[in-house]
Ligand binder design. Structure first.
Ligand code: TXA
Ligand code: MG
Length: 329
């Protein structure tokens, strides 16, 4: 006789218990945790079965590699292959702990599932106190993409995580996520570094420390430079359009996201002002919260978003905005 076992949905714990969360990581489970950039969805980076659960929970395609998080510089010796480019140390001294991810040739101990078969691995040392405490207590490196469903909006609050993902063991609460957009990702070799994804650490910041290359020094023929960098990403589940500044009247049921309080938007059903005075750090820190708020508002059918000037952090902000509106151009 055959017994049909009912598959129960996983029981997700939401709390502040670092020890319990670390134990789950050590035992091969999934923990969502705050970092200074966005919430991450973490698993033991050296346990391929645990890492596979990340791809399942996020419905992330297997071609999109993960970032490995560490809390001590010496952990790179187990993750990067020798010889390690001397620029790694320079970058780490200048920007770690913090929102910089370094892609470098990987060592053989990094499982292929983490790097999607690439010969490089992405590593970051976060500065968020909860992330650091979790890394220390887990006693292992943690692979963690942003804790959202693939292609959807990155989470900056625990509620953004629970809205999108179910198959997680623990959602760790902690101090606020301050920066609000994902880390700058750079590919590093002896020649210098190449920016794969813009972030709060800008090209000008990097240039002070390491030469910037015009091409990816780790790119091998036939490989994608950074497979996760698709044109459409970070997108709310409602149409989003760039706001044309000559527009005064919005179609009915429109939400609008602007970055100063200069203009009166009476015809908008909902208004989100990311910054009163156009401060780019403030805009970045509120950007994904604005996306989530508009997505959750049932009265809104489409969203208009004001562009920002593409310089400094504005490059990273516009990168996220362009990816959110890409499908609807
Ligand atoms: O701020 C952040 O970076 C957050 C927090 C949680 O640390 N993480 C994050 O991870 O944004 P994720 O998976 O959403 O984005 C990682 C990006 C992807 O675009 C991926 O393609 C790229 O990093 N990446 C990872 N490994 C790579 C590699 N070996 N070569 C090139 N790109 C890589
Ligand atoms: Mg992501």
């Amino acid at each position: 006789m055959l017994f049909c076992k009912k598959v129960k949905p996983k029981k997700m714990i939401i709390g502040e218990n670092i020890k319990q969360a670390a134990l789950i990581i050590r035992e091969g489970g999934l923990v969502a945790f705050p970092t200074e950039t966005v919430y991450g969805l973490g698993a033991n980076a050296l346990n391929p079965m645990a890492v596979a659960k990340i791809f399942e929970a996020k419905q992330r395609p297997s071609f999109d590699p993960l970032i490995v998080h560490i809390h001590h510089f010496d952990e790179i010796y187990a993750l990067f292959s020798s010889p390690i480019s001397h620029w790694v140390q320079k970058l780490a001294e200048a920007f770690w702990p913090g929102p910089l991810t370094i892609v470098h040739k990987k060592s053989t101990s990094v499982p292929h599932i983490v790097t999607s078969g690439l010969e490089t691995v992405a590593v970051r040392m976060p500065s968020h106190p909860t992330a650091i405490a979790l890394l220390k207590a887990s006693e292992c490196a943690i692979a963690a993409p942003s804790a959202n469903r693939f292609g959807q909006i990155s989470p900056t609050e625990a509620s953004h995580v629970t809205k999108q993902l179910q198959d997680i063991d623990y959602v760790l609460l902690g101090e606020k996520v301050t920066l609000g957009i994902e880390s700058t990702v750079v590919s590093v070799a002896d020649e210098g570094c190449f920016i794969l994804r813009p972030g709060v650490i800008t090209a000008e910041d990097l240039e002070k420390v390491v030469p910037l290359c015009s091409h990816n020094p780790n790119e091998t023929i036939g490989s994608l430079s950074s497979p996760g960098l698709l044109h459409s990403h970070y997108a709310p589940t409602k149409p989003m359009y760039l706001l044309d500044n000559t527009m005064d009247i919005l179609p009915p049921h429109s939400g609008i996201i602007v970055h100063t309080n200069k203009k009166n938007w009476n015809t908008a059903q909902a208004l989100f002002i990311t910054s009163q005075n156009g401060d780019k750090k403030e805009i970045a820190s509120n950007l994904f919260a604005a996306f989530h708020t508009m997505e959750d508002n049932k009265a809104i059918q489409q969203i208009f978003i004001e562009p920002v000037e593409e310089n400094g952090i504005g490059i990273a902000i516009m990168d996220r905005i362009k990816k959110a509106v890409f499908k609807y151009k």
